[in-house]
Structure formats: structure tokens, C-alpha cells
Design a protein around this ligand. Sequence first.
Ligand code: GLU
Length: 312
Amino acid sequence: MSAEDCEFRTVWRTTVRLVAVACVATLAAACTSSGPSDDSKLLEPVRPPARSASLLNEMRERGTIRIGVKFDVPLFGLRDPATGRLSGFDVEIAKAIVNRIYPEAEDPLNHIEFIEAISKNREKFLQEHTVDLVVSTYTINAARKELVDFAGPYYIAGQDILTRTEEISSGRIRGVGDVNGKKVCSVTGSTSLNNLRAAAPKVDTSVTKDKYSECFESLQKREVIAMSTDDVILLGLSHGSTEFALVGNPFHTEPYGIGVPKGDDELREFINDTLQKLFLDGTWERAFRATIGTTGATAPSPPAIDRYPSAR
Ligand code: GLU
């Protein structure tokens, strides 16, 4: 569970308590006349209110879509400091979706404002409507689905370890079990950190960063012996290097989804339909080849979309 999840739950529990105290102290009559279903109504405002109309219509009228992406993850979302341009698979997927929202547009980039969404900000950004969508190596999981919704998946990654080549060639690190007692960097608010701690309970995670590029710097400076996150992120950071290599023994499956505000089923369905089209018309594969494929990786089959039922 991420720090944000914990924070949310703490706020939630605190609010439950506050509501209960207020109920006893001042609203006794009103509260006691209510059954359990009314309690849930009292709790409702704690969650950011779902918009009555879908964000899809609002975005069409507004003419701009704010999309949270990574700025420091090669192959997925990387910002060129000289030009300010972003590149990567997530950026291509975002552009293809925006293309379908504005079919008349000459260039989808004219309709996108990219905002950096680091791992720990993603749920918050969607809840506070800082962004409309998150396309940011964002794993779909049950804890996050309490706070946001996901279209997709559009890619399935696996969590692995990146370390110095000699750690692998010497046989010292062959899999996640071998990092117990060793210093391994991962990122706050990511599934990677939780998965790592679960798979290697004695791992030393005293070096934890906000961004993957910062973990890679720690690895380069020998502050840690390894870093762990999704294999494609590690591949992007280390591609072309002989000093660092992936262990190649993934220990957790990470399905990437497109984060949308909780309860906006119309938007989620629209993006699911769009992804399905991108899978079928070759756009998805072209995006893969232009980004992840530049490392020599061959495009897998696109994953099956999970159209899970609305929680509402
Ligand atoms: N896919 C994982 C996650 O969503 C790790 C990568 C990331 O932090 O963006 O937490």
C-alpha cells in the first residue's frame, strides 16, 4: 500500500470518528433515526466528489487534455531538456487517445498539456483534478482502484532488478531472494517498493527516491547495489550500458492502465474502446516499435482489456 493510500485511509478513519462524535454530541436525534445506509451517505463527502457529467464531454469542449506522464523514464515518458519534447510509449498512447477525442485535430500535441506525474502523485493528481488522465507506467491494482479507476491494461510489465554486471556474472544476484540484506533503491508511492519488501523481507530500502532517474544515480554512485522496478523502466535506464544489467528474473506482474477519475465510467469505457481500436489497427504495435522496440525488444500481443464493473 502506498503512502498516499495510508494517508487516505487515515483521513477516512479520522473522519469516521469525527462524524461519530458529532453524531453523539449534537446530531443525536437525526443520526439515531438513520440506519446504516445513511451512515454511508454521511461518509460520502470524504471522497472527492465524482463529477455528475463525464469528463469526456468537458475535455471535448475545453479543447485541451491534461495528461500526467513520467518525465524521466526513457522508453515511456522522457522529456528532452533542450526541446522540452516528450517521448516514449506512454506518450504515444496518450497522443493516440487524444487523436480519437479530437478526430479533426491536425496534431494531437496541440490539445495536450503534459504534466509530470511521479509515482507518489498519481492518485492525488486524479482526485484533485490536477490532470484528466494518467499514462505513467501506472500499475492497476485493487488498492489504487479504491481511489481512482483504470482503463486497460495496455501493457504488461514484470518487476525485476537492475544491478552491476559483475553481480550477475559472479552469481551473487540471480533473483530477488539474493538482495536480502543488501541496499536496493526503489521509489516512494510505487508498487515496486512494496513488492520488493514483500519478496525480500530483509532487503535494505533505506535509500528510497521520488524518481527512477534518482535511483539510477544512486546505483551509479554505488550508494546502492541494485534498484528494482518494472523491467521496461530498468531496460530504458540501462540500455546501451555494459556496466549495468537486468537480472532477468521478474518476480511480479505489473499491468499498466490509464488512470481516470474514480467513477467516470463513460470516460473509462471510451478509453477502453479506443485502446481496443489501437490494438487492432496497428497503432499500438507501431508505438511499441518506435519506443520500447528501439532496444531490440519485439512487440508482444496486446493484453486483454479488463472492463471491470463500476463500483457505483
Ligand atoms: N508500475 C509500478 C507502479 O505503478 C512501478 C512504476 C512506477 O512507479 O511508475 O507503481
